[in-house]
Design a protein around this ligand. Structure first.
Ligand code: ZN
Ligand code: ZN
Length: 259
């Protein structure tokens, strides 16, 4: 599986020289496997979607908070002539299409998806499912309004994408079991411990809680994502340098690697 980190900023995009190293674009990770291009979330990182040459393009949305769908309206995938399968869990009585049309319709956006050259097929998420040879499974996160944690498995390799996730004792156990022996765990560590004390209930977690899941799951590697928009490169570097766990790092936009 080839992984391309396109955006790992949380909540709102950031801009400026102090955000160049980890990147200011919001949630978007590209996974390529079995001839498929699968995007995890469609934050502003999706604007940098490379031409994968893949005929099959899918987007798995964790949820429809702005930072996870913001890249969609001007993304290369929507402006291409490809067919795009877009998956999103029904929430609050709204289908995938209805949730996305809240962003991509007047008065928030000039045109609807039907005006784009690509053909968008909306799917109300039903898991588990297959995308080509890639097995997709999920668990419900702990996040205001709900969010889906995904696991992708292909030919003995796997990754778990746990963003917009706030730890509880019970959820940590569930996530550790869900991420059992995974090759890569992408984990929401938006807050420092001091910040978390003030932001409890906002739906995000910390490095220390991520490291607990790493231990309990037997995951081979953890990358922290959903960086707080107030954390500059200097702050993130300081947090990353404080890690003593060799399997842990802070994700940076632009990283490309295989698992
Ligand atoms: Zn978010
Ligand atoms: Zn959210």
């Amino acid at each position: 599986m080839k992984i391309t980190i396109l955006g790992v900023r949380g909540s709102i995009p950031t801009d400026g020289p102090e955000f160049c190293e980890y990147g200011g674009a919001t949630a978007c990770i590209l996974v390529e496997a079995d001839g498929q291009a699968i995007y995890l979330d469609a934050g502003s990182g999706l604007l940098r979607a490379p031409n994968t040459g893949s005929a099959e393009v899918s987007i798995l949305l964790s949820h429809s908070h702005m930072d996870h769908i913001l890249g969609l309206p001007l993304s290369p995938v929507l402006l291409s002539d490809k067919t795009l399968d877009l998956y999103l869990q029904e929430r609050e009585g709204l289908s995938a299409r209805e949730q996305l049309e809240r962003l991509m319709a007047p008065p928030l956006w000039p045109v609807g998806v039907e005006k784009y050259p690509s053909e968008v097929i909306f799917h109300d998420l039903k898991l588990p499912m297959q995308i080509g040879g890639v097995q997709v499974s999920g668990m419900e996160s702990n996040h205001p309004g709900g969010s889906t944690i995904y696991r992708l498995d292909f030919e003995g390799r796997s990754l778990v994408y746990a963003t917009d996730y706030e730890h509880t004792e019970e959820k940590q156990k569930e996530l550790a079991a869900f991420a059992h022996d995974t090759d890569l765990l992408l984990y929401d560590a938006q807050y420092t411990e001091e910040e978390y004390a003030r932001m409890k209930g906002f739906g995000h977690s910390t490095v220390a809680e991520g490291l607990k899941v790493l231990e309990q799951s037997g995951a081979k590697r953890i990358m922290f994502v959903h960086h707080d928009p107030r954390h500059s490169d200097a702050k993130l570097r300081e947090m990353e340098n404080a890690l003593t766990e060799p399997r842990a790092s802070f994700a940076k936009a632009g990283e490309v690697f295989e698992i």
